[in-house]
Design a protein around this ligand. Structure first.
Ligand SMILES: [Zn+2]
Length: 438
């Protein structure tokens, strides 16, 4: 039924105009998309022609927010009435719950005339759980355990975070964000890609406006850690989204950690210790990605948070808004800092370091707490059907298992790197007129 090769052509979702001529003769009798989360989406079409036989049908689909479509050419037995079906394996081409999909059909007849069906949308929901939901100010939270009090807590934490971000970044969410809170890690993992590493405790896709978290009802500390961190990424992403990228990772992650209502235990000790030992990472090196080494990645989060806090304290919150405006305009980091703060990246780094102990000032060991925080964040690039890369949060079950946290952070960096690289690739492909993704 399906010739089953994907044209990895990606077309602008709404910009594509078909050479229409057979509009009057071809009719869509039925067009459906049936989700079976987390396994598949079945697309089916029945079409009729009152003129020449239908000889070709393409299915075009993709995440609405990503504005790109994958094309599947379906095998057709030439006839005036045809039915085709395509089962999209969403374990292979992963789609998170909450993804809004858009799809349509291109139908050609034997004379070469082409008919394009109007776009239809599909909400790929995780229907396996009996979700409660609340929506306010473009945030929808979904949960299925803990009753109304837990939903209240999730929503109130979200709204507090939006207020804080309004002051810091100067903007609200312009596009909806969906937050799915699973009651335990097993449930959440069953919604992730089947080959997802075991220690992943949460994920988010700023490009799709989707956050997944595993939080046990009553775990207030975890609500106040995960929700503000991930919402910060979403708001900042929407505020700075542009085709050229350029948002420094240290700024994005630093702001996300800074906004957590539950602080990560041990960060202060890490930064202090690294300062005393002279092993702080140059800020410049944290612009495009975090280091792969787990310890270094962990330190990267702590440093990024402190640098963002330093900017706010030393220069004022309004400077954060001005930086956001520059990143929205795709101004390179070095130039943006010069324009807004009047310093280079290295000078900012030096100013911040001057607030810390120096290797010379403090002889040796005197180190701060070396224990890792109970759990960690990371962002990783779990691929998907042309999906933007996700940010990953690592859940509370990893308490006392710092190496996992470190690993998570390492993955985060890689993800960010992929996200940036993917963005550049997309721009390049747009320039040459063709974009390919799976
Ligand atoms: Zn993050």
């Amino acid at each position: 039924m399906v010739r089953s090769f994907l044209f990895l052509l990606v077309l602008s979702l709404f910009g594509f105009v078909s050479p229409v001529a057979a509009q009057e003769t071809i009719t869509v009798v039925e067009s459906t998309a049936t989700p079976d989360f987390p396994l598949s989406i079945t697309f089916a079409l029945t079409a009729e022609s009152s003129g020449a036989e239908i000889v070709e049908i393409d299915l075009l689909y993709g995440a609405t927010r990503s504005e790109v479509l994958s094309v599947v050419e379906l095998a057709v037995e030439p006839a005036t009435r045809v039915r085709v079906e395509h089962v999209l394996d969403t374990q292979v081409n992963y789609l998170p719950p909450g993804t809004e999909m858009t799809y349509r059909w291109l139908i050609r007849d034997a004379t070469g005339s082409e008919f394009s069906s109007p776009p239809q949308t599909l909400f790929y929901h995780d229907q396996r759980f009996n979700w409660s939901e609340r929506t306010e100010r473009n945030v929808t939270v979904y949960w299925y355990e803990g009753g109304e009090p837990f939903g209240d807590e999730l929503m109130q934490t979200s709204l507090r975070t939006l207020d804080v971000l309004q002051n810091e970044i100067g903007t609200q969410l312009s596009l909806p964000v969906r937050i799915y809170i699973y009651a335990n890690n097993n449930d959440m993992r069953s919604a992730l890609q089947s080959n997802e590493v075991e220690w992943v405790g949460g994920q988010a896709w700023p490009g799709l406006g989707v956050i997944l978290g595993a939080i046990e009802p009553g775990d207030t500390a975890e609500v106040r850690r995960i929700v503000p961190h991930e919402l910060s990424h979403q708001v900042l992403h929407q505020a700075t989204d542009n085709p050229y990228g350029g948002l420094p990772v240290w700024f994005d992650e630093g702001l996300a950690v800074y906004n957590q209502e539950t602080r990560d235990v041990g960060f202060d000790g890490l930064v202090q210790a690294a300062a005393e030992e002279g092993t702080l990472i140059p800020l410049e090196a944290l612009s495009s990605s975090f280091p792969a080494d787990p310890d270094q990645a962990y330190l990267s989060y702590a440093q990024s948070r402190d640098v963002v806090a330093y900017i706010i304290q030393a220069y004022g919150e309004e400077k954060v808004q001005e930086l956001v405006a520059q990143f929205k305009a795709a101004t390179p980091v070095e130039e943006a800092l010069q324009l807004v703060l009047g310093v280079s990246v290295d000078e900012l780094d030096a100013q911040w370091r001057a607030t810390l102990p120096t290797p010379a000032a403090i002889p040796t060991p005197g180190r701060g707490p070396q224990n890792a925080p109970p759990d960690r964040f990371g962002s990783t690039s779990a691929g998907g059907v042309g999906l933007p890369a996700p940010d990953v949060a690592f859940g509370g079950i990893f308490a006392g298992m710092p190496s996992w946290g470190f690993l998570a952070l390492a993955v985060t960096c890689l993800v960010t790197l992929f996200a940036v690289g993917g963005g550049l690739l997309l721009v390049l492909l747009r320039v040459i007129g063709v974009d390919k993704r799976v």
